[in-house]
Ligand binder design. Structure first.
Ligand code: NAD
Length: 437
């Protein structure tokens, strides 16, 4: 089979490369010509571990190619995946579907013969039906089915997530389209991945229900962490104590500065809007959205309090800027709230991030960007660990002590142990943990 992947971003490029690894011929399309030019030069436009080798191998084998010419790619394709962005619409929480519908119109003009059109982008319930209508309106003669196949991969472990997913959800309503999707995911059927076939609406909603549930779980443990601080309990032990219960599960119970990234913030808001629009409000998720937005700002206040309450004229070293390690993605990262709040309070921010600084420089002006964590901490009053990159897990504490004006570290990811830090002579604060066990 042949696939055209429309949108060569975090999801499109990884999915396209993985499908080609399964043996399918894939053409990845993007309207951003600089992205396609870089791919033609064998450069990967995003940071994702293992992606360079995967792409190079499949390009070499002649199964994976890149183009800006959507029509040529779509014309010969048996299946066309829409993997364009669905950011938050300006002035509200709805998803902006303009990229999806624009792609659908372009695809409609180009399809030849029976084609399965698959929405891989995260799209609100009803979008698949609308994509179908748009295509039918543009090309009344076209022979096609629309399928929903949301993507559950995580940045930083995207290839493994795509190749060995917990499940694949496919909203397909005709035998022909179900059969085509079975063929495309043959490699996963062989390793007995649970593959669910549902209606379009069920598939679309499953993706949002998954993301909002995970956002809720993070928010829950963040609030429990705050409570732990007030009552002298240890949030990690509480998390373990509840997580060992199979009904709760161990994952996603790590406290921090609030969820960020390109999915949870926008998807929680979009589902809140969908639910309000149809008169079935999700009050629990409305509250999650509100708590998380406030939490990011509270983190800046915590850092300021840690630095003595007044940071005017002080320097704060920020370690990590991306919303999580192993990605260069800065979208909705907590640092985008924290750093400007520190600057607004009069602080100078010196920062280092292993992969995010190129994008951060665009989004966070006035920051002194450094070549490593030690340079960021050189002469700073206090240090704040914001993203748990491996590089920050084993800092040379004697060196850190010598570089900082005062040995003081606030750790928003609980990377260090309070006891070890006290023993090393640091003033140390983390989330939801007492200094004594
Ligand atoms: P992205 O911004 O990295 O990539 C989208 C790409 O689509 C861009 O390169 C853009 O230039 C291109 N594009 C837009 N319109 C186009 C058109 N008409 N023709 C060709 N190219 C076009 O976005 P992403 O992070 O890959 O996310 C894509 C979708 O997948 C979103 O709906 C997102 O919610 C969902 N998703 C993302 C992740 C993630 O971790 N990033 C995980 C699961 C699902």
């Amino acid at each position: 089979m042949r696939i055209a992947m429309i949108g060569t971003g975090y999801v499109g490029l990884v999915s396209g490369a993985c499908f080609s690894e399964f043996g399918t011929e894939v053409v990845c399309v993007d309207k951003d010509s600089s992205k396609i030019e870089r791919l033609h030069r064998n450069e990967i436009p995003i940071y994702e571990p293992g992606l360079d080798d995967l792409v190079a191998r499949n390009v070499e084998a002649g199964r994976l190619s890149f183009t800006t010419d959507l029509k040529a790619a779509v014309k010969d394709a048996d299946a066309v995946f829409i993997a364009v962005g669905t950011p938050t619409r300006r002035g509200g929480g709805h998803a902006d579907l303009s990229y999806v519908y624009a792609a659908a119109r372009e695809i409609a003009e180009a399809i030849e013969g029976y084609t399965v059109i698959v929405t891989k982008s995260t799209v609100p319930v009803g979008t698949g039906r609308e994509v179908e209508r748009v295509i039918r309106e543009t090309r009344p003669d076209a022979d096609f089915d629309v399928v929903s196949n949301p993507e559950f991969l995580r940045e930083g472990s995207a290839i493994e997530d795509f190749m060995r997913p917990d499940r694949v959800v496919i909203g397909a309503e005709t035998d022909r389209s179900r059969e085509a999707m079975r063929q495309l995911y043959r490699a996963l059927f062989l390793i007995e991945t649970p593959i669910m076939f549902t209606s379009l609406e069920t598939s679309e909603l499953t993706k949002y229900a998954a993301n909002t549930f995970l956002a809720m779980k993070i928010t829950f443990i963040n609030e429990i962490a705050d409570l732990c601080e007030k009552v002298g309990a240890n949030v990690h032990d509480v998390a373990k104590g509840i997580g060992l219960d199979g009904r709760i599960g161990k994952k996603f119970l790590h406290p921090g500065p609030g969820y960020g990234g390109s999915c949870f913030p926008k998807d929680t808001m979009a589902l809140v809007q969908t639910a309000q629009d149809v008169g079935a409000p999700l009050r629990i998720i409305e509250t999650v959205v509100d708590i998380n937005a406030k939490r990011k700002r509270q983190m800046a206040d915590r850092i300021i309090a840690f630095a003595g309450g007044d940071v005017a004229g002080k320097t704060i070293a920020v370690l990590g800027l991306t919303f999580k390690p192993n990605t260069d993605d800065m979208r909705d990262s907590p640092s985008l709230d924290i750093v400007p709040a520190l600057q607004a309070a009069g602080a100078t921010v010196r920062a280092f991030d292993p992969e995010g600084m190129h994008e951060a420089a665009r989004l966070l002006p006035g920051v002194v960007y450094c070549k490593d964590a030690y340079e960021a901490m050189d002469g700073a009053d206090v240090a704040a660990l914001v993203t748990e990159w491996n590089q920050f897990r084993n800092l040379n504490l004697a060196k850190v002590k010598a570089l900082l004006k005062e040995p003081a570290l606030i750790d928003l990811r609980n990377v260090y142990s309070p006891q070890d830090m006290a023993a090393a002579g640091f003033r140390y604060e983390s989330i939801g943990r007492p200094v004594k066990p």
